[in-house]
Write a protein that binds this ligand. Structure first.
Ligand code: NAD
Length: 498
């Protein structure tokens, strides 16, 4: 069978149906207030769906459902091997609905359909499979107390987890929470971003179809200031697992302090340095990685290599190559399988990115290429790949997260200076070093304050490795077995044997 082309994706989009109600206790329901908000297609600016606008009352109902099923124990006390089987079925159903979910993701947030098909949907399914596979292989501990006592250290689910996620990888970021939260036996309330709620609403029913008890996974769409805040302030929520901006992360911590001291884990923003030393022999490879590190997903990536630090002498050669690659990364119709760069998620974000481009110009950085809104006649929100050179570390475009296809290029003389520049921001999510000298690579990797340091690559990824940030990029880690630490409590049980 031929692969679908842009025309057939548009045809499928026209006949696609959307789940637009909240999913509470196994059923789709309107918002308690009856209110809705508009979800627009960022590639056209046109209305896609009217989605239930959840607020405090909807959060209360969802938390009550999650608590009730947790108390009942039909999921929390299920043998891990049985939870494993249900989660496997859940992942299989996600894969079975790949085309539908990919289409929803692309229509809702503007990313290319090829990415949704190859990255987002299979990545979400793989994440759920991985935690399913892991959960009946994790053992508890016996403490070395001596013969007079038996002290066991066991991990128990927390109870009700609230997850708040962003719009850049809506399904994948949700899966990074759902998989370890459910594998560990918790119930949860997920609040997707108001800019991209559709895939989360669809997978909720797949969880129940897979045999996960009703009430274990609830999804309440709505705004941050209403539904998100109510979830983070809720007295019966044991933990908030948050992914989003550092500014919102700060509020989440305050809500936890104002309410019940619930646990908080934060996956926040970044301004990641991608450092290329002059001794690195393959500038083609480094340039290609540098372009994809910032332009993939329209630059809407928390770990984007948004600061390119080049050692003196290689700047022009590198930037010529980056420009050649960028010509192949021009924004296009997200439903065309050939498109590599889609639409910016909405008009607000597009204006924000264009504002940063103006600020770069004003601060005296040199616009090497790009810088404009394009495809305006589509009604959508597209920005071309943009590179500023002669950027100084003190400029706004070198310090703040832009979250769009804008690269700031800074030059340096020595590896020590590069590390100093790399660390001189409030973020510490990802970073990269390109050099042929293994000692320099490891020295720099140790000195860079970031959750991930890539050496001679960028954006290498696997569910087996933890992901998260130093400094204001966050607290805690997603992915790998380390994520289970966030969603379990340690219990010591002491038995006197004397
Ligand atoms: P955002 O902080 O605006 O929103 C994230 C989520 O929080 C949304 O669901 C939103 O509705 C909710 N929210 C907003 N205000 C709230 C409040 N006062 N109380 C409770 N909830 C609230 O972020 P965004 O624009 O959706 O996403 C982009 C950000 O996410 C970037 O900073 C990016 O770096 C970050 N991000 C980080 C990671 C990571 O793993 N570190 C991954 C993806 C995205």
């Amino acid at each position: 069978m031929n692969k679908p082309d842009a025309i057939s994706w548009h045809e499928r989009a026209r006949s696609l149906s959307f789940r637009t109600q909240a999913f509470v206790n196994g059923r789709y329901v309107d918002a308690a207030s009856g209110g809705t908000f508009d979800s627009l297609n960022p590639a056209t600016g046109k209305l896609l769906a009217r989605v239930a606008s959840g607020d405090e009352e909807d959060i209360n109902r969802a938390v009550a459902a999650a608590r009730a099923v947790f108390r009942k124990g039909s999921w929390a006390n299920l043998a891990p091997a049985k939870r494993k089987r249900a989660l496997f079925r859940f992942a299989d159903l996600i894969l079975k609905h790949t085309e539908e979910l990919a289409l929803l993701e692309t229509l809702d947030m503007g990313k290319p359909i090829g990415d949704s098909l190859k990255v987002d949907v299979p990545g979400a399914a793989r994440c759920i499979q991985w935690y399913a596979e892991a959960i009946d292989k994790v053992y508890d501990e016996v403490a070395p107390t001596g013969a007079a006592a038996l002290a066991t250290i066991t991990r128990e689910p927390l109870g009700v987890v609230g997850a708040i996620v962003p719009w850049n990888y809506p399904l994948l970021m949700a899966a990074w929470k759902i998989a370890p939260v459910l594998a560990a036996g918790n119930s949860m309330v997920l609040k997707p971003s108001e800019k991209s709620p559709l895939t989360a609403l669809k997978v909720a029913e797949l969880a129940v179809e897979a045999g996960i008890p009703e009430g274990v996974l609830n999804v309440v769409p709505g705004f941050g200031q209403t539904a998100g805040k109510a979830l983070a302030l809720h007295m019966d929520v044991d933990c908030i697992a948050f992914t989003g901006s550092t500014a919102t992360g700060r509020s989440i911590m305050q809500y936890a302090g104002q309410s019940n001291l619930k646990r908080v884990s934060l996956e926040c923003g970044g301004k990641s340095p991608n450092i290329v030393l002059a001794d690195y022999p393959d500038l083609d490879k480094a340039a290609s990685a540098a372009a994809y590190a910032i332009f993939i997903n329209q630059g809407e990536v928390c770990s984007a290599g948004s600061r390119l630090l080049l050692q003196e002498g290689i700047k022009d050669a590198m930037l010529e190559k980056v420009q050649t690659i960028s010509k192949k990364l021009q924004p296009g119709d997200p439903l065309d399988p050939g498109t590599k760069l889609g639409a910016i998620v909405d008009e607000i974000q597009m204006k924000r990115v264009l504002g940063y481009i103006d600020s770069g110009r004003r601060d005296g950085a040199n616009l090497r290429f790009g810088g404009r809104r394009v495809r305006e006649d589509s009604g959508g929100f597209f920005i071309e790949p943009t590179v500023f050179e002669d950027v100084r570390p003190a400029m706004t475009i070198a310090r703040e997260e832009i979250f769009g296809p804008v690269l700031s290029v800074i030059t340096f003389k020595t590896p020590e200076e590069a590390v100093e520049i790399a660390n001189d921001v409030v973020y510490g999510l990802a970073s990269a070093v390109w050099t042929r000298d293994v000692t320099t690579a490891h020295r720099m990797a140790r000195a860079i304050r970031a959750g991930t340091v890539y050496i001679n690559c960028y954006d290498a990824d696997d569910i087996t490795v933890p992901f998260g940030g130093f400094k204001q990029s966050g607290i805690g880690r997603d992915k790998s077995l380390h994520a289970l630490e966030k969603y379990t409590e340690l219990k010591t049980t002491w038995l006197d044997l004397s």
